[in-house]
Design a protein around this ligand. Structure first.
Ligand SMILES: NC(=O)NCCC(=O)O
Length: 383
């Protein structure tokens, strides 16, 4: 919960005796991740820009018939650079500048696909339940200023951009959605994926603003692999991950906004488990810092009104289908995590563990179809 612990990994490095550390990492993380050799210009730019840079690689076995399919992803986590009562356009512009700076470093590191945190162009103001000014951050997914900004980045650096924003859908009465826009490295908008599961927990009052998404589980075939986006709270729903995987996702990004008191002990488990269960790579990303609001709001729990939601603990990481994972980024600092992966690992692990083959989906499809009926009777055997 406290914002003072830099990261779990730095704590382990400090306190586990060196002779035990490798074994501890094998048990906790599936081994010591290979460190990437990133260009020195990238390290100095990150230092100058005051953000953390980490790079790790995952291995796959060589195959006879398929060439390795190496791809580098970049996960970006950041604080909001300006106070929440700064004019909307100024806040958005400052976030664009910050991301531009970090993406430039991602490009130096050879990143092919970059993903930002949930609702990255704004404070995570849904805790307030106020409409203005927060709804003013919403933009068109197809041709809003943020999508145009990301198209420029995509073309300039030849990378795919996953841009999670608050979407205003003008075609359907100007309603709002929580949406990830996927922009191809050609600069074209490939499509969008809307958040399927909306939290109703603690101060995450998001259903005040938008409904459950209606885009299903789209997978985007990019030049660098088949990718999908499972937005934040969808992380807690194994079937949501499963459906992206059913549609062929090899990498599932999970742009998030979540706080220590609520979810920090779940964070290392859920996306990693999804990578294992679905034979794919998963990339959970969380924002950083504590965001203050001028008007106090309550949590509906009898407690005092307050001005902040809690500490967003960062800790973005990448998990592989074999269950191994990278260390997390910092709990307190902006950061860029670069992960190199050979997508051949997805099928190799699938062939080893056979979860798709042994999944018995027909049985579950039939039973779930029964269980959602209003007069369903649970099958309980009693004495
Ligand atoms: N943004 C969001 O869905 N947060 C909900 C909290 C959580 O899933 O940990």
């Amino acid at each position: 919960m406290a914002a003072t612990l830099e990261s779990l990994e730095s704590c382990l490095e400090r306190h586990i005796p060196p002779e035990d550390l490798a074994e501890v990492k094998r048990i906790l993380y599936g081994g010591e991740a290979r460190k990437l050799n990133l260009p020195s210009a990238a390290w100095s730019a990150a230092q100058e820009g005051d953000f953390e840079l980490q790079g790790y690689g995952f291995e796959a076995a060589p195959e006879q018939l398929r060439r390795p399919r190496i791809v580098r992803v970049g996960l970006v986590q950041n604080k909001i650079p300006l106070p929440t009562d700064t004019p909307v356009a100024v806040q958005v512009a400052a976030l664009h500048r910050r991301i531009e700076e970090i993406v430039a470093v991602a490009a130096m590191c050879g990143v092919n696909i970059v993903c930002f945190q949930e609702a990255w162009t704004m404070p995570f103001a849904f805790c307030t339940r106020e409409k203005l000014p927060w709804t003013e951050f919403a933009e068109s997914a197809e041709d809003g200023p943020t999508t145009k900004f990301c198209q420029e980045l995509a073309k300039k650096y030849n990378l795919v951009v996953v841009s999670p924003i608050l979407e205003r859908d003008e075609v359907h009465g100007g309603i709002l959605w929580n949406t990830a826009v996927v922009i191809s490295n050609s600069g074209a908008v490939l499509g969008k994926s809307r958040k399927n599961h909306i939290p109703r927990v603690g101060d995450f009052n998001e259903s005040t603003y938008y409904m459950e998404g209606n885009t299903g589980h789209p997978v985007f075939q990019t030049q660098f692999g088949a990718i999908a986006v499972n937005i934040c709270y969808g992380r807690h729903h194994p079937l949501n991950w499963l459906m992206f995987s059913m549609n062929g996702a090899e990498i599932i990004f999970n742009p998030s906004a979540t706080i220590g008191t609520l979810s920090e002990s779940l964070w290392p488990i859920e996306a990693r488990n999804a990578a294992i269960a679905n034979h794919c790579f998963t990339c959970p990303i969380n924002r950083v810092g504590t965001e203050y609001y001028k008007n106090a709001f309550t949590s509906g729990d009898g407690g005092k009104a307050h001005h902040e939601l809690g500490h967003f603990y960062g800790s973005s990481y990448v998990a592989a289908p074999d269950g191994s994972r990278t260390p997390g980024l910092s709990r307190t600092r902006d950061g860029l995590l670069v992960a190199e992966m050979d997508l051949n690992l997805c099928r190799q692990v699938g062939d080893k563990w056979n979860f798709k083959m042994t999944g018995r989906y027909d049985m579950y499809a039939e039973k779930l179809a029964e269980a959602i009926q209003p007069y369903f009777m649970p099958s309980i055997i009693k004495e």
